[in-house]
Write a protein that binds this ligand. Sequence first.
Ligand SMILES: Cc1cc2nc3c(=O)[nH]c(=O)nc-3n(C[C@H](O)[C@H](O)[C@H](O)COP(=O)(O)OP(=O)(O)OC[C@H]3O[C@@H](n4cnc5c(N)ncnc54)[C@H](O)[C@@H]3O)c2cc1C
Length: 408
Amino acid sequence: MSQTFVIAGGGLAGAKAADTLRAEGFAGRIVLASGENEYPYERPPLSKGYLQGKDERESAQVFEPSWYAENNVELLRGTAVTGLDPAGHVAALANGQSVTYDKLLIATGAVPRPLAGTGSDLDGIHYLRNLTDSERIRDQLGEHKHLLVVGAGWIGLEVAAAARMAGAQVTVVEVAALPLERVLGRECAQIFARLHAEQGVDLRLQTGLHELIGQGRAERALLTDGSEIEIDAVVVGIGAAPADDLAKTAGLQTSNGILTDEHLRTSEPDIFAAGDVANAWHPLFGERVRTEHWANALTSGPAAARSMLGQDVTYDPVPYFFSDQYSLGMEYAGWIGPAGYDEVVFRGDVPGREFVAFWLRAGVVLAGMNVNVWDVSDDIQALVRSRAVVDRARLADHAVPITELVPR
Ligand SMILES: Cc1cc2nc3c(=O)[nH]c(=O)nc-3n(C[C@H](O)[C@H](O)[C@H](O)COP(=O)(O)OP(=O)(O)OC[C@H]3O[C@@H](n4cnc5c(N)ncnc54)[C@H](O)[C@@H]3O)c2cc1C
């Protein structure tokens, strides 16, 4: 009898999973239920080209709208999966219907962490997760506008860059000593602090938002250093949480996302998870890894689809992400993990922002970031994967190809 596979979540991971199911010859029914009333789309442009008004809305789409019907994928837009009965293999939908599935993939992504505290319910406070959010923020980026960005993570800094490029005045508040310090560590975080300061961002470090004040709308911000600034809008970029409520309610094992094995299978044998929501066992690193990276959505959706088809899949990528801010483009590959790093080695021109940084622990490269240097990320990933102890002098020497540091 023909099988039914349901995918909860119509983002990149969900759409790519549907694509893989068909590419691998699955002839059964595919239901792709998307909480958003959109065709599946990619999010990186929302804080870059689309936010800056350079990219068209459609350019973010994973597939042309016609692709779904052509591939016999039942895309239910604006129809969230509202409940799961793992024992009965039934998914309840927001339109009141239910679908009996043979296998189910949860690819529900993540949701921005909300601001707490006085004034956090005022108008003019924006989060950035979907197309509409990006459009609303874009309206606040013009000249004569003063934007307050809360949180100097990737999204906050990309929004700050877009806002400065549009001529807006930008203040970024960050409780840590440096932007991106938690992800990059002090050595590389300084580079981003300098970049934004040079571009005229008022970076308030070791400073939090105490309170937002206004008549219905956020008009002033009181910061923890006692200063008060007048603002037109606020963008909150203080991280995201896995959208794992559906899984929790259904009794699946969760902890910082949906727990899966290296085959992306959850604690329920016929339910799989992929993308931002999955906290998957990573056999290479020997620990669980949950990332909120475009590349992970791109590859874990297909890996989960193959697993659903009964193929022997081991999902063990070297995590990879990218960012663009002003004229700085970077790629980062690797995983430092809770044990941290003990050294950073640079090669190239750090002041000129054309370099590669490597994070090491006991002489082993854990991660690498290429800044305005291209076509090296695959080599960095191979080096990370090798777990080899490297020669630091050769690592720091731009003339030595990274491939030569990877043991054969
Ligand atoms: C503004 C922004 C910029 C980014 N830039 C970069 C970047 O430069 N580089 C990088 O590597 N990564 C970037 N990312 C991260 C990257 O976009 C995500 O890792 C990726 O979108 C994750 O894909 P996903 O399919 O797992 O989840 P999502 O893209 O979040 O898709 C999940 C979908 O499921 C829907 N959903 C939720 N619950 C349900 C339900 N119960 N039923 C049905 N549907 C549901 C959601 O509404 C959403 O549409 C960025 C993210 C954002 C928000």
